[in-house]
Structure formats: structure tokens, C-alpha cells
Design a protein around this ligand. Structure first.
Ligand code: SAH
Length: 257
């Protein structure tokens, strides 16, 4: 029998940032699988489900455990924070399900780049690159290459996994590499614990960024050459202009390209 295996992005954490489609998939599931942190966020919404808690390592084995539940005929939903297809489990589940009578259904969620950008203002109005600083599965040399290429091409950059306990120095190195092409005054935003207790948005610059404020529950945004900080009644916001105003403001011709 073919069973469904949903890979569900639950958004940053708050119940009101869980999409109705994700909610429906969780409702339909008999078993909800995922890391403890994420299950804690979901449990109050669906107290009567069967939960399969998985740890932070051994992803292959954990996915196989969840797939075994599906093969036993149960509808399974595996949750990831944000979007399950962005540094989440969707890819691995699809790979491991090859040849199995299990229909893998990815359900999108609001990724940290989106939810974090909203808290900072509008930093991603133009082309941007998303780069994870985790070198657990990607060689650091490749990460460096991507940082340099993105900076040289004047992309806005969103850094996921910006600072781990084990490798706290990587953010500083990333900042140096970006600084080869980006000016010290380039706006930088740090958003922490989006949609969770302790939610915080910090607006600073590449030169002034305090790396000790950044942890693994943070996402870091770095502007392009047009990005600026605007003071608003709600505090400083980061804006990357798309250029709509440039026809009326010829002094900003670059913004409209
Ligand atoms: N699938 C997730 C990303 C997982 S990688 C997504 O689409 O958002 C883990 C990284 O995501 C964290 O180190 C952090 O950079 C970012 N992140 C995920 N949830 C976050 C949150 N609630 N607040 C801030 N950053 C978050």
C-alpha cells in the first residue's frame, strides 16, 4: 500500500506563521517526526498525535526510522523549521525513499530569510544569495568561494548557520571575505529566535557587527551596495531599494538597474 510522507516546513516557530497547508498535513498525519525543539513547538497544536523524536545527528538513520513508520502503513509528517526544502530534511527523505512505496510530499514553509527580512524591514528587495556557514557537510573552501562570488557580484547575502559553538570563528572569516568587496558601512541585520521567545532584530553595519551577539538561532543579512538604514517610528530598518523611486529621484540612478 502506498502511504504519504509529508515533509513539512513549520515556519520560524510561531503558530501564526504555520501555513494552513502545513497545518492540514500535520492534522492528517498519524505520526509526527522531527527534532525535539520543533516538536515542542508543534505539540500544543496537535496534542493527540504519535510523536517520533529525533536527535540532532544521525539524520540518515532518523529519516529511515520515520520512513519505516510510513512503510508500516502510517501517514507520517516530518517537520523542519522554516522550509523543509531549505537546509531541511526534504532532500534526504526523497533520496532515501527511492524505490519505496511511499509518496513523499514536501510542504513549503516560511524560511528564515523571509521571516527575518520582514523583521528587519525590506533587505532582500533585490537579488540575494543564501549561504550556510556550516562546514559540517560542505568543505569550507567551497563556502569561501561562494561568499566571495556573491560579494563580488554585489548580491545581498543571507547567512544561515552563522555561528556554532564548535566553530565560532567562521562568521568572522565570512565577514572578512565579504568585506573584500562590500564597504564597511554596508548594513547588516541579525535576527534571533524569529517567532520564538527571545525574538530580536539588530540593525548594524559590516564594520560594527558584534559577532558575539550571533548564535545558531540567528540569521544574518548583509546588504548590497545600495542598501541603507532608515530610521522609522519602530526603530531602524534596512532597505534595499529596487529602484521604483529612481525615475523621480535621479540622484539614485543605480538603484533602478
Ligand atoms: N529549514 C530552515 C533552515 C535550517 S538551517 C529554514 O528554512 O529556515 C538552521 C539555520 O536557520 C539557523 O542556524 C538560522 O540561521 C536559521 N533559522 C531557522 N529558524 C530560525 C529562527 N526561528 N530564527 C532565526 N534564525 C532561524
Amino acid at each position: 500500500m502506498q502511504t504519504k510522507f509529508y515533509v513539512v516546513g513549520i515556519g520560524p516557530g510561531a503558530a501564526d506563521q504555520l501555513t494552513p497547508k502545513a497545518r492540514a498535513a500535520l492534522q492528517e498525519a498519524q505520526v509526527i517526526a522531527g527534532y525535539g525543539t520543533y516538536l515542542k513547538l508543534i505539540k500544543p497544536l496537535f496534542p493527540d498525535k504519535e510523536y517520533l523524536q529525533t536527535g540532532m545527528t544521525g539524520e540518515v538513520q532518523r529519516c529511515q526510522q520515520a520512513l519505516a513508520q510510513a512503510q508500516a502503513g502510517k501517514t507520517v509528517a516530518m517537520v523542519s523549521s522554516g522550509d523543509a526544502g531549505i537546509y531541511g530534511m526534504a532532500g534526504l527523505v526523497l533520496q532515501l525513499a527511492e524505490g519505496l512505496p511511499v509518496e513523499v510530499v514536501p510542504v513549503p514553509g516560511i524560511t528564515a530569510a523571509s521571516s527575518g527580512a520582514a523583521l528587519l524591514g525590506a533587505p532582500l528587495m533585490h537579488d540575494f544569495a543564501v549561504i550556510s556557514l556550516s562546514d559540517r557537510l560542505t568543505p569550507w573552501e567551497k563556502i569561501e568561494k561562494r561568499l566571495l562570488a556573491a560579494a563580488e557580484a554585489d548580491f545581498c547575502v543571507v547567512l544561515y548557520n552563522p555561528r556554532s559553538h564548535g566553530r565560532p570563528e567562521l562568521l568572522g572569516r565570512a565577514r572578512q571575505l565579504l568585506g573584500r568587496y562590500k564597504a564597511p558601512k554596508t548594513p547588516v541585520g541579525v535576527v534571533k529566535n524569529i517567532g520564538r521567545d527571545g525574538e530580536q532584530a539588530i540593525v548594524t553595519t559590516l564594520a560594527e557587527l558584534d559577532e558575539t551577539q550571533v548564535d545558531m538561532f540567528s540569521t544574518v543579512f548583509v546588504g548590497n551596495s545600495q542598501t541603507y538604514i532608515q530610521q522609522t517610528v519602530a526603530g531602524p530598518k534596512i532597505i534595499t531599494p529596487r529602484g521604483y523611486l529612481s525615475a523621480e529621484q535621479p540622484e539614485q540612478p543605480e538603484a533602478g538597474r
